[in-house]
Design a protein around this ligand. Sequence first.
Ligand code: NAD
Length: 431
Amino acid sequence: MSSSVTLSWGSMPSGMSLRENVNFYLERALEKLDLNRTFPRKDIERRLMEPDSVVERKISLHMDDGSIVYLKAFRAQHNNDIGIYKGGIRWDAKVDRDEVEALASSMTWKCALAGIPFGGAKGGVAVDPASLSAAEKERLAKAYMRAFNDILGPDKDVPAPDMGTDSQVMAWMFKRYTELCGDRIVPGIVTGKPVELFGSHGRTESTGYGVVLCAGQFVQVKGARAVVQGFGNVGMHAALKAHHLGARVIGLIDPAVFGGALYDPDGLDVPAIVSTLKKEGRDAVRSRWPANEDPEKVLAGECEMLLPCARENLINSDNAGRIKAKAIAEGANGPTTPDAYVALHKRGVVFVPDILANAGGVIVSYFEWLQNRHEEYWEAEEVLSRLEEKIVRNARKVAAYARERGVDIRTACYMLAVERVARARLYLGAQ
Ligand code: NAD
């Protein structure tokens, strides 16, 4: 399915921040919806653009060698008009206020589009997690929960894993919250917990699986040549799902995992790579599958499906001209800059945008939160089949809306999401 819609968005600035990128797409949707005309004098557009709050706190982390480092930590709460704030916690050296605001805004639109009763939030700590020992990570997770415990809560704002954090980090946060509640167990305080500790089956693989299931509504996955950028939680499970659905995964790019990129035109043995990584670690992967190609070359190579699952802005004006993929399904948040998006869209590249493609994680987070509330636990098959049903239904809804309104898929996603939140906002009134 290629798009016949022409984007006439005027001159495209490059080098924008992630927040400017998200707001750029949001503004295109707002222009189309013209909410200020439909709902005069409500100032609704400004209300939807700006976060409700952004809290910045300093965490003093005691290091194993006895020293103390001071880290900037954030929680951005963008909008809770349709449900409690919800969003991951990122540990990454580049985390700043602008980034968490952008990611919190994306969460608002992702949840609204997915039709789940959550608002948008995001947290982060400016730290390189690779530089921390396991004990330091545990202290950081617990310190974060202590620092933000006044604004977090199972009925207020519920964190989850994002880049640099995982189910272990969520377990530590859950433990600290339990202590802060006088040992009352409140499993719904975070999602993405280990299955053994009130977590949900399917949560770990949900985002990556969802990316491929969603892509399958726009392109033929079986037989497609696929390239995956980023081999962390999202990329690994996207590559596995693509492989299991009959795609030929010809490229895997992750400098930290592979020391570069792996390329094999006959298809890489993704299950073997994943199993080696999990059981024996990166060194074993690197010795059995040495990096054999330049990452930018693999990214630009011919394929039917490119899955950017690493981080923001990696498809940009510098490399867009070289990219030959026929479709791009965005596992990462904001992997494509608006100028690159317009250039690639013009060349007929099919985009499955982030707020649609990577919603699998928050959908299963919602299932986890529901299971915790009702003290019930669902089998893996039930979680994954509910996930698939929701992903497929949402993708079809967006495709139909885009056709009906004559807009590209990305604008359709934002329009549907914004309409939903704007209507809720009006019911809620001004104060
Ligand atoms: P992760 O930390 O598990 O993995 C990210 C991987 O990307 C790492 O292995 C890292 O080495 C790699 N990477 C970083 N820069 C790279 C580059 N330039 N080229 C290739 N690889 C690179 O993080 P994750 O949880 O998989 O998240 C990845 C992206 O997906 C982020 O944008 C995140 O916000 C988004 N996302 C995650 C979830 C989730 O459930 N974890 C849900 C929705 C969206």
